[in-house]
Design a protein around this ligand. Structure first.
Ligand code: ADP
Length: 516
């Protein structure tokens, strides 16, 4: 209740309060009239004023003081002959009556306020106690719910232990929080040893691409899948198909990562063995082809070379006799020139044969060819930790050509790029394959790597047959690639990439047909 509420009581009590003032002064007047002792007039009236102010408030107190003063004036001089000498006496009484009335009303008011404050305090204490009781009940309910959830989690963890898959949970700093029995079996660390460790340090994870990219994908999509290589406690390597799932709290903030890993080491080893066999087969085929080519070149060229040597010797002999037979010498030199021309013609014929080898002319979608080669080289890229980016435009024109030969070109460029990057100890290993239309609406394919790069002086030399900087290289790859692309009516060239690496690009003439 406010202060103004106290000073403005309801109308019903108004009459009572002022009635009390009037009746108490009347009673005082009556008592004084009965007793009639002149000296005791004032105290009885003061009592009436105190009672009026105490129970009625300042207003009734004031009225009582006024009425009492008038009563005293009447009491002293009932014949209404008030003397001037009595005025100060009456004034002092009136002022005293006012002070007493005001003191009494103020005391009463203070007592009321005190009482009210006490009441309010009591109500507040009761409310607070009720609140605390409620909070206490809520807390107890929460604790019960939490124990239920923990129990459920324990049950789930028990289930996770039954699976042979590796399951662990790590927080956003990659610190392991949960490690199931499958993980203990696969990696060799017990739960107590693994929990609290940083997962990628513990298992020495090798990623197929930059960890930042993987984490970006995880944060954006909530999951990531890929193949990883881990090192077990005993130092042996294990390859796993890994699935990561991001856990969030009620506010949507990432809190943990659930990682499930399946051991695919055996499958991968079988795949690698198969791929190695395929590569060896490819190598053997190449060597065989090269061997056959070399043998036929040697056979064809050997004859004129032998004739050159024979004619050279004959020429020397004709020069040695006295006098030298210059006519014979001249004829020997002419035969040498003829043999030289024959050898050159043979080489020319073989080159023409290689170049004009009939090329299959199918309508080829270059994006399909690129995808097929990527599927072939997937393992190679992963093994060398190369991250691959493709930028393949839609609706590219089809090209007329030999699908297998075009695959061979792209495969060669990719493998060269990977080898150039695997020579680098550090730095990103990024391979970009791009297919687009060039300014003349022909097809342009580019393979860009971040490897060791090429000296600008060597840019053309790379395409020479037998040019290689690799210990086990043949130096035929780029020469064959250029020959294939030129046979298809296109152009193949190399440039340096910025800031590092190389770009190999080729064009192919577009047909009128379009990819729908
Ligand atoms: P090989 O791979 O057998 O050496 P190639 O004709 O394919 O034969 O390549 C010839 C040479 O060109 C390589 O030895 C290498 O020095 C250089 N080369 C090819 N591709 C790249 C590349 N992407 N980055 C740097 N150098 C390259």
């Amino acid at each position: 209740m406010s202060d103004s509420d106290i000073s403005t009581p309801p109308a019903s009590s108004f009459i009572l309060r002022y009635g009390l003032a009037v009746s108490s002064v009347a009673a005082a007047l009556f008592i004084t009239y009965l007793l009639r002792p002149d000296a005791l007039v004032s105290p009885i009236f003061f009592l009436a004023i105190i009672l009026s102010a105490w129970f009625g408030g300042i207003g009734p107190g004031l009225v009582a003081a006024l009425l009492a003063t008038m009563a005293i004036a009447y009491f002293l001089h009932p014949q209404h002959s008030l003397r001037f000498a009595d005025v100060p006496h009456l004034f002092v009484f009136f002022v005293s009556a006012l002070l007493v009335s005001s003191w009494s009303a103020t005391r009463k008011r203070a007592q009321n306020l005190l009482q009210q404050a006490r009441d309010e305090l009591e109500i507040k204490v009761q409310e607070r106690t009720a609140d605390l009781r409620q909070t206490n009940q809520q807390l107890q309910a929460e604790i019960a719910e939490r124990s239920r959830v923990e129990e459920a989690l324990r049950e789930k963890a028990g289930l996770l232990d039954l699976t042979h898959d590796t399951v662990f949970v790590r927080d956003m700093n990659d610190v392991i929080r949960y490690w199931n029995r499958g993980a203990e079996e696969l990696y060799g660390w017990k739960q107590a040893e693994a929990i609290g460790q940083v997962t990628h340090q513990l298992t020495q994870t090798m990623f197929p691409e930059q960890l930042k990219k993987i984490n970006d994908e995880l944060l954006n999509t909530g999951r990531w899948e890929g193949e990883l290589e881990h090192t077990r406690r005993d130092g042996s390597k294990v390859r796993v198909a890994s699935r990561w799932s991001l856990q969030r709290d009620e506010q949507g903030r990432p809190t943990a990562i659930l990682e499930t890993n399946n051991d695919i080491t055996e499958r991968k080893e079988a795949e690698d063995a198969l791929q190695k066999t395929q590569a060896e087969l490819m190598h053997v085929t190449r060597v065989t082809t090269m061997g056959e080519l070399t043998a036929s070149i040697a056979h064809e060229v050997n004859q004129p070379l032998a004739a050159v040597v024979t004619n050279g010797n004959a020429g020397l002999r004709w020069l040695a006799i006295q006098p030298p037979n210059l006519l014979e010498v001249r004829q020997a030199v002419e035969r040498i020139i003829n043999d030289g021309n024959r050898a050159s013609a043979i080489i020319g014929r073989i080159r023409a044969l290689v170049k004009k080898a009939p090329v299959r002319k199918d309508l080829v979608d270059i994006n399909d060819v690129i995808h097929e080669v990527i599927a072939l080289t997937g393992n190679e890229l992963q093994r060398n930790r190369v991250s691959l980016v493709t930028q393949l435009s839609d609706a590219l024109p089809l090209v007329l050509g030999d699908r297998i030969q075009l695959q061979q070109v792209i495969l060669n460029l990719i493998i060269n790029g990977v080898e150039a990057m695997s020579l680098l100890e550090e730095g990103p290993r990024e391979l970009l394959i791009k297919a687009a239309k060039d300014d003349s609406n022909d097809l342009l394919v580019a393979v860009r790597d971040s490897g060791i790069g090429i000296q600008s002086a060597n840019l053309e030399q790379l395409f020479d047959a037998f040019y290689t900087t690799k210990t086990d290289g043949m130096g035929m790859g780029l020469a064959i690639c250029r020959s294939i692309i030129e046979t298809h009516g296109g152009r193949l060239w190399a440039t340096a990439n910025s800031p590092c690496g190389a770009v190999f690009q080729f064009t192919l003439p577009a047909t009128d047909s379009r990819v729908s």
